[in-house]
Design a protein around this ligand. Structure first.
Ligand code: IVH
Length: 706
């Protein structure tokens, strides 16, 4: 194998052989990823091979193959299912990894609810099933629709397939008129092994683990294939409901069991974090003999009225947490260290490993975090791993937990080859040659090339089209990479001129491998559709360091329009003055993020690129959701003193939901002061400024109708 030889050192014969090998490996990975729900390698590994292939082709243009992976844009995602918009979003769970995290979860819930440490508070504890979630909609007791989770908002309609699963009743009695039952589809170990045996006998493909087998089986376009695959289902939650199921989580699950659903027999009611941890240990002991995969224990607040009060963060409920089982470990050889350049220029070291199976998945790449981590130091300069550094050739311990990117955790010095040399982290960008600089206090070394760096440009483009940004159907990572390599798209603005430049009669696009008349037309339509776009998405899509999805939403709500946002970013240059104060005054925007935003707009090349983009867009004004009719929308509210009916956190969340801005101090900008018993100087100041002051009761009356 020639994988270790640097591209510059390959002979022509080696290059030819390597291109053949890469074409084969990448084609197989493509099929596994797109059509079979069985990823053969992770994204970083795939991208690295693709880049290696492109680099070899650049050096030996004559050797480029007819079936070059550079010209493939990946098989279409399964588009055979219709889409279902979930009536209630299907969220995920936040994670806990140890006893302390579980105690903190209990503490957070109590704090939010204003409960003392010894007040009674019950939780359910149940296994976290390692399958895929499914939402089943029953109307008048009949199963009318089954949908996968998808991105949480929109899933795939798999009703015909769900009807083949014996654990899923087609009809139920005694249920509310509308009932969405949610749970996990999974495959037992025995059924998984039998399926793989059958597949081998028939010369079909085998699955890497029961989860992939379950996903692959449920997402069959032919329901007869699903029928032949023994899938199971555990119910553990619900979505839309026309009437409550019970007052408690446990009561609701018991009702689902009464309707005929399988519910997990290891579900217990716990009254303290100690009891939760004891039940976790009990479940973990049984893990190997359960006969199906679980990857942790889920704790949920039992009282549904409290669940309702706790509510949700953007993607996870506050009332539940998944306590994951410890990561799985394996030892293997470190064959090389590659440096990848990310969207913000960060140089990330990636371990190339001799492939090894860790917890059912073949791992060939793992993150090495940053240069200090390789040296055996943490972000504060303290030794980790007893100060052992990591060298190419070392025997290393790889670990992965759930979906987390595998990590190199440890190194066995007794197996270190005599000639292994300390790793020298590059001080220039491997992609564009610009200086790679490490600012004081930053753990990460960054390429200073900005948008002239092709790696940064491509990563920025991928971010631009990602789901939470422009989300252009038909334009994913692979396509963007392809278009970038071919020089069709250098920056976001180019996406919006694609049709003018290459759309003539669809000839050029539709002649490309992987594209046809229809998909080309669809792509151009999808791009057109996104010219009109909400402000928050545009801000997020710019890919400015630190400005994530939540911050982009806050900024959009604060500034309202693109013109106001852009003007403010420019006026805030110099990091002082009114615009700067206003920016860092936005709740949730810190000085580091503000700095990063202002700097992005101050850089000429970046600024010009943003201007070119915006010229193609119709950016919709940001409006606070659901606050019409809210008497406090747009008002600035300050809470002071003791609140008796709710905690501060709850009061703040409620006020913000109603479109108010909550501030910590009284000023001329304050509209309402809510003062409970013990209110001191703030109440006095509000009186001086003539600000409307309410007690808690008054506040509740004011906001109860909204
Ligand atoms: S409750 C609002 N309970 O884990 C959250 N989820 O990491 C409702 N899962 O997407 C989920 N077992 O697919 C819940 N006993 C259990 C679960 C469980 C597995 C999955 C589910 C969810 C994912 C979150």
């Amino acid at each position: 194998m020639t994988a270790e030889i640097a591209v510059e050192k390959l002979s022509e014969a080696e290059a030819r052989a390597e291109l053949a090998r890469l074409a084969d490996v990448l084609a197989k990975a493509n099929t596994a990823y797109h059509a079979e729900d069985a990823p053969a390698m992770d994204d970083a590994g795939y991208d690295a091979l693709k880049r290696r292939n492109a680099a070899i082709e650049a050096r030996f243009p004559d050797l480029k193959r007819d079936d070059s992976p550079t010209d493939q844009v990946g098989a279409a995602p399964s588009d055979g299912f219709t889409k279902v918009t979930h009536a209630v979003a299907m969220l995920s769970l936040s994670n806990a990894f140890d006893a302390e995290d579980v105690q903190e979860f209990d503490g957070r819930v109590r704090k939010y609810l204003g409960l003392s440490a010894d007040a009674p508070l019950a939780f359910t504890a149940e296994p976290k099933i390692d399958g895929l979630s499914l939402s089943l909609r029953y109307e008048q007791g009949r199963l009318v629709q089954a949908a996968t989770r998808g991105d949480g908002a929109v899933g795939e309609n798999v009703t015909a397939n769900a009807r083949t699963i014996t654990d899923i009743p087609a009809e139920i009695t005694g249920a509310p008129e509308v009932l969405e039952v949610r749970g996990e589809v999974y495959m037992s170990h025995a059924d998984f092994e039998a399926l793989n045996r059958r597949q081998t006998e028939r010369g079909g493909k085998t699955f890497a683990n029961p989860r992939n087998a379950a996903a692959g089986s449920l997402r069959q376009l032919d329901a007869q294939i699903t029928r032949a695959r023994p899938l199971r289902f555990f119910a553990y939650a619900w979505g839309a409901l026309s009437a409550p199921l019970a007052d408690t989580q446990k009561g609701a699950i018991d009702r689902l069991a009464d309707f005929g659903f399988s519910t997990n027999p290891l579900t217990a009611l716990c009254t303290s974090s100690d009891e939760m941890l004891a039940h976790y240990a009990h479940i973990e002991e049984q893990r190997a003999t359960l006969g199906y995969d679980i990857d942790g224990v889920v704790y949920k607040v039992d009282d549904l009225a409290l669940q309702e009060r706790l509510g949700f963060r953007s993607t996870t409920p506050r009332w539940a947490v998944a306590h994951k089982f410890p990561a799985e470990l394996a030892w293997t050889r470190l064959e090389g260290i590659d440096i990848q350049v990310g969207r913000t220029g960060a140089l990330s070291p990636v371990a190339r490993l001799q492939p090894v199976t860790v917890g059912g998945v073949v791992v060939s790449n793992a993150t090495l975090h940053n240069e200090d981590y390789i040296k055996g130091l943490d972000s504060k300069g303290q030794e980790i791993r007893g100060g052992k550094d990591i060298r190419v050739g070392d025997w290393v311990q790889v670990y992965r937990a759930g979906d987390v990117i595998p990590k190199v955790a440890d190194v066995d010095l007794s197996k270190r080859p005599a000639d292994a040399a300390p790793f020298v982290f590059p001080d220039t960008c491997p992609e564009c040659g610009s200086d790679a600089i490490r600012e004081p206090g930053d753990a990460v070394r960054r390429c200073s090339g900005g948008i002239i760096c092709p790696a940064q440009a491509v990563e920025k483009l991928k971010h631009f089209v990602s789901r939470a940004a422009f989300d252009i159907e038909g334009l994913g990572d692979k396509q963007v990479e392809q278009f970038h390599i071919d020089g069709w798209i250098a920056e976001p603005a180019d996406i919006f001129t694609l049709r003018d430049r290459y759309g003539s009669g669809m000839q050029q696009l539709k002649n490309r491998e992987g594209w046809g008349e229809k998909s080309a037309q669809n792509l151009f339509d999808a791009i057109e559709e996104k010219r009109k776009i909400p402000l928050a998405r545009v801000i997020f899509a710019l890919g400015i360091r630190h400005a994530g999805e939540a911050a982009s939403n806050l900024l959009a709500l604060h500034y309202g329009t693109w013109a106001a946002f852009e003007a403010a970013m420019q006026s805030a240059a110099g990091q002082e003055g009114e615009a700067w104060e206003d920016l860092i005054g936005v709740d949730g925007i810190g000085a580091v993020m503000a700095d990063s935003l202002v700097n992005a707009f101050a850089q000429e090349a970046e600024r010009a690129s943003i201007d070119r983009l915006v010229a193609h867009l119709d950016i919709a004004e940001a409006k606070r959701a659901d606050t019409s009719g809210s008497p406090v929308a747009g008002k600035t509210v300050v809470f002071t003193g003791t609140l008796e009916k709710m905690t501060r956190a709850e009061a703040k969340a409620r006020a913000e939901r109603l479109g108010a801005k909550v501030s910590g101090s009284v000023s001329a900008k304050t509209d309402i002061l809510v003062a409970g018993p013990g209110a001191g100087s703030k109440a006095k100041k509000a009186a001086e400024l003539g600000i409307e002051t309410l007690d808690e009761e008054g506040w509740l009356t004011l906001t109860s109708g909204a």
